[in-house]
Design a protein around this ligand. Structure first.
Ligand code: TRH
Length: 364
């Protein structure tokens, strides 16, 4: 099938990260995808190699849409996906009504809250605009079989089985080589209030830690925290800080598979941390109305997270100002055990792209 996927980048990298991953997964399963995006700049590092079968298109302006409307060779895809509630331009909606029926999917954000299973797969009648009377279908990613599932490419497990951690580490551009006994912690976060507490804890720990810091907001947050603590920017005591460059999505997986603890954020890196099967903690995207507190608690409950990891999440996400839970070997071992069990449970469910394909087949 031909797919038109619309992505509006609000902030950060998750909107494009998810849309690219879905597009590439569909293309690898033999579909043709046009990814319409208003800011594709992050693809330069996220997916510099592109993907056969995916054409990235600028968000269509009026002139483009006018030209398309008069171009007999242009056909709207069999499936149109509007990601995360972005509004498809009205002239494109008008084109969607011409010819054969298109399936219109509203792909939503991932959550473990109860409304997800209730709303997944529901029809949403279009009440106004040129597509008035048409139907959109809600498609909700989720953690249970009664939702749309999680993105998981068919070759992921094989890639993971063939991965060699040591070889990969040797190719990582670092400010100081990693010692054999160093623990590796990857950091991809916003501005966690407990970041200074984390740096202090790691610098005073019994064993040495290498903090591998993603560029952008995580790097800026670590710089601000070291400055506030009067700590050297490369760390002190048992902590050594190494800033990383942006890497593509495949390499980002390798970082998560390699690290002894992954501190991830947002939506897509959370899912990749789940597939990595290593201990991880989530810095949830903060919302002004504190809706992220409920979302975090639903996630913890759905995945039956151990109490010590919930405590870490509460402090890391600023729900409490208590001291940060210790990243002791015993805790990491516990969290690793839980993470592997969780991965196994999630792997037993059908992945998002397979579910989306079945859903579309059923609605056509
Ligand atoms: O960037 P994010 O914080 O995106 C967020 C969330 O999606 C959130 O739910 C949404 O509301 C908000 O954006 C607007 O985190 P996320 O979702 O993990 O996306 C990051 C993407 O960037 C992911 O696909 C992984 C990718 N990535 C790389 O490929 N290489 C890198 O070096 C890094 C740091 C990230």
């Amino acid at each position: 099938m031909i797919w038109d996927i619309f992505c509006h980048v609000i902030d950060n990298h998750g909107d494009l990260g998810v849309c690219w991953r879905l597009s590439a997964d569909l293309a690898q399963r033999g579909h043709t995808v046009r990814l319409w995006v208003d800011d594709a700049s992050a693809l330069a590092w996220m997916a510099p190699q592109g993907c056969a079968g995916v054409a990235v298109r600028a968000w269509p302006d009026d002139a483009t849409l006018h030209a398309q409307a008069h171009d007999p060779s242009f056909m709207v895809g069999d499936v149109v996906v509007e990601a995360f509630g972005c509004e498809i331009p009205e002239p494109f909606q008008a084109l969607m009504l011409l010819g054969t029926r298109r399936i219109w999917i509203n792909l939503e954000y991932l959550s473990a809250e109860a409304y997800v299973a209730r709303s997944h797969g529901l029809a949403s009648p279009v009440m106004s605009g040129p597509a008035r009377g048409a139907t959109k279908w809600f498609f909700f990613p989720g953690l249970t079989p009664d939702t749309g599932g999680l993105l998981r490419e068919p070759n992921l497990a094989a890639r993971q089985a063939a991965f060699d951690r040591q070889t990969w580490l040797q190719g990582l551009p670092l400010n100081k080589p990693i010692a054999p006994n160093e623990r590796l912690i990857s950091l991809f976060c916003y501005e966690p209030p407990a970041l200074p507490g984390l740096l202090t804890q790691l610098s005073q720990a019994d064993e040495p830690t290498r903090l591998l810091v993603a560029p952008g907001r995580p790097d800026a947050a670590v710089r601000a925290a070291t400055q506030a603590l009067g700590m050297a920017s490369e760390g002190e005591g048992q902590l050594h800080i190494s800033p990383l460059p942006y890497v593509n999505q495949t390499e980002f997986d390798h970082l998560l598979w390699t690290s002894d603890l992954n501190l991830v954020r947002g939506e897509d890196s959370l899912v990749r941390a789940l597939w990595a099967g290593q201990p991880f903690a989530w810095h949830i995207y903060p919302q002004d109305d504190l809706a992220h507190h409920t979302k975090l608690q639903a996630f913890e409950a759905a995945l039956e997270m151990p109490a010590s990891l919930r405590e870490f999440h509460a402090v890391w996400n600023g729900l409490t100002t208590d001291g940060l839970t210790s990243l002791s070997s015993a805790n990491l071992e516990d969290w690793g055990h839980w993470s592997q069990q969780t991965r196994q449970w999630l792997q037993s469910q059908t992945d998002l792209t397979s579910q989306l394909l079945s859903f579309v087949a059923q609605k056509r």
